[in-house]
Design a protein around this ligand. Structure first.
Ligand SMILES: O=C(CO)COP(=O)(O)O
Length: 171
């Protein structure tokens, strides 16, 4: 298995997302860390982004609201290597109508080895980690993120039924 790398640069792409009962917590955290966050490219799902813009008075790129496709848009950005960090305060106490989208987003973050915080403590530790500080403050320091190698998966053999006969398809 060969791993590839991509760099986390000085200006990082950070997604900020929260479910309704967690929005106040995320806004409070983001406000506290405003001076740090403002140095980076911020992306949010629709409602979270609107509230963050109002409170922090900083521009935030907004995708659709989570249940309307926003979670999937962020997932696509992860797969395309366009997100470095996701801070996602999801609600462990309330079922979401778009639970499948939430799960997909969390899954992609793991699949693509993205930094992810789902609660305030982890978010604090990410923002204060030596890697975050070094790559944010020092001009030429990047952090190399390992991109998992899925080439074996992509080349897997599939058995398909064709004309009532089994045929092996090789990708
Ligand atoms: O539902 C969300 C994440 O799953 C967040 O969406 P909103 O920011 O639009 O409320």
């Amino acid at each position: 298995m060969v791993n590839n790398f991509r760099s986390i640069h000085k200006a990082k792409h950070i997604a900020l997302v929260a479910h309704d009962h967690k929005k106040a917590d995320l806004i409070d955290w983001a406000y506290y860390n405003r001076k740090l966050l403002i140095q980076h490219e911020l992306i949010s799902t629709g409602t979270t982004g609107k509230l963050l813009e109002e409170k922090l008075q900083i521009p935030i790129k907004k995708v659709f609201s989570g249940p309307l496709g926003g979670d999937q848009q962020l997932g696509a950005m992860i797969a395309e290597g366009k997100l470095d960090i996701i801070i996602f305060f999801w609600d462990p106490m309330e079922a979401q109508p778009h639970d499948s989208d939430v799960k997909a987003l969390l899954r992609l973050a793991v699949a693509w080895n993205i930094l992810m915080a789902c609660n305030r403590t982890t978010a604090d530790f990410i923002l204060t980690s030596v890697f975050f500080i070094l790559t944010s403050v020092l001009m030429d320091e990047d952090y190399p993120v390992t991109i998992p190698d899925y080439s074996t998966y992509l080349k897997r053999k599939l058995l398909v039924e064709q004309n009532n006969k089994e045929t092996v398809l090789i990708y």
